[in-house]
Design a protein around this ligand. Structure first.
Ligand SMILES: O=C(O)[C@H](O)[C@@H](O)[C@H](O)[C@H](O)COP(=O)(O)O
Length: 264
C-alpha cells in the first residue's frame, strides 16, 4: 500500500523551528538508542539557518529534548566542488550558521567535509566521498545502501533536491552512492550529490521549504502527475511516509494535498 508523505504547514518560523526540533530529536533519540550515534545528511540552501534556529533555541530540562551533538555524525547530501572556506561551500554555510554557534556544553558533532584535494576531478571527489560513506556504513559488499538516520533536504524552485536536477540522467543511477556533476543548472556547476537511492533510503527524510517562492513547485510536486517525476517528487514516491515536509503557509498556498497545520 502506498503511504503518502507528511506535509506540515506552520504559521511562523518559530512554530516551524519548534516542530522541526522535536522531529529531529525524536530521530536522534531513536538512533542513539539503536546504535549510539546519530548519522545525518544535510543539504545547503536555506536549511542550515532553519536547523540552527531549531537546535540552538532555549534549553529544556526534559531528557528527551537534549541535542546530543557529541553523538552527531554529519555528512553532506550534496556539496559544491569549491574550497571549504569559499562562499559557495555548503560546509562553510553549515559552519557559519550552525557549527560555530554551538555552545561548548552542547558537545561537538563530527563532520565529514569533501576532500578538497579533488576539486578539479568531481568523479574522483564523488568516489572519495562514497568511500567515506562506505567506512561509516560498513563495507559496500554487506551494505547495499547507506541508511542515514535522518536526511535533511531542501527543494529548489524547479523541484531539485540535493544536486539532483529535473531531467538529469543521474536520476537513473542505481549503483553508485555518490555522483559527480559538472554542469549543474544552479551555480556553481561542479558538485557532488548523493544518488536518488541513497536519498530515498533514509530512516527519516525531512524537507524544509518555506516562503511564497515555493508555492508553485509545491503545487506541482503534490498535486500533479508530472510532479511525481521531479526529483523531490521521486523522493516522496520512494520514501513514502518516511518523508516529512516542514513548510509554512505561503509555501502551501493553493496546494490541494492535505497538509497538517499547527503541530506534528
Ligand atoms: O547545494 C545546494 O545547492 C543545495 O543543497 C540545494 O539542493 C538546496 O537545498 C535547494 O536548492 C533548496 O535551496 P533553498 O532552501 O535555499 O531554496
Amino acid at each position: 500500500m502506498v503511504k503518502p508523505p507528511n506535509l506540515y504547514a506552520f504559521a511562523d518560523p518559530e512554530d516551524l523551528a519548534r516542530n522541526l526540533r522535536s522531529f529531529v530529536l525524536d530521530a536522534q533519540n531513536v538512533a542513539i538508542e539503536r546504535h549510539e550515534v546519530f548519522r545525518v545528511g544535510v543539504s545547503g540552501g536555506s536549511l542550515p539557518k532553519v536547523l540552527a534556529k531549531a537546535l540552538l533555541q532555549s534549553k529544556s530540562s526534559s531528557p528527551t529534548d537534549q541535542v546530543q551533538f557529541a553523538k552527531w555524525r554529519i555528512f553532506f547530501a550534496d556539496e559544491r566542488a569549491v574550497p571549504l572556506d569559499h562562499e559557495d561551500s555548503n560546509y562553510k554555510l553549515l559552519k557559519d550558521e550552525l557549527l560555530d554557534k554551538i555552545p561548548e556544553e552542547m558537545g561537538k558533532p563530527t563532520v565529514f567535509p569533501i576532500d578538497v584535494e579533488y576539486l578539479d576531478d568531481t568523479q574522483e571527489m564523488a568516489d572519495q566521498y562514497e568511500k567515506t560513506l562506505v567506512k561509516e556504513f560498513a563495507s559496500r559488499d554487506s551494505v547495499k545502501l547507506p541508511m542515514f538516520d535522518l536526511l535533511l533536504l531542501g527543494c529548489g524552485p524547479d523541484g531539485h533536491t540535493c544536486s539532483l536536477f529535473p531531467g538529469s540522467p543521474l536520476l537513473r543511477e542505481t549503483d553508485a552512492w555518490v555522483l559527480p556533476i559538472d554542469n549543474s543548472p544552479k551555480p556553481p556547476p561542479k558538485r557532488i550529490t548523493i544518488s536518488l537511492p541513497v536519498a530515498t533510503h533514509g530512516i527519516k527524510i525531512a524537507f524544509v521549504a518555506t516562503g511564497g517562492g515555493k508555492k508553485e513547485i509545491m503545487r506541482q510536486i503534490f498535486d500533479t502527475e508530472e510532479g511525481h517525476s521531479l526529483p523531490s517528487g521521486l523522493v516522496n514516491s520512494f520514501g513514502q511516509d518516511r518523508v516529512s515536509w516542514f513548510t509554512d503557509s505561503p509555501a502551501v498556498d493553493g496546494v490541494q494535498f492535505p497538509s497538517r497545520r499547527g503541530s506534528l
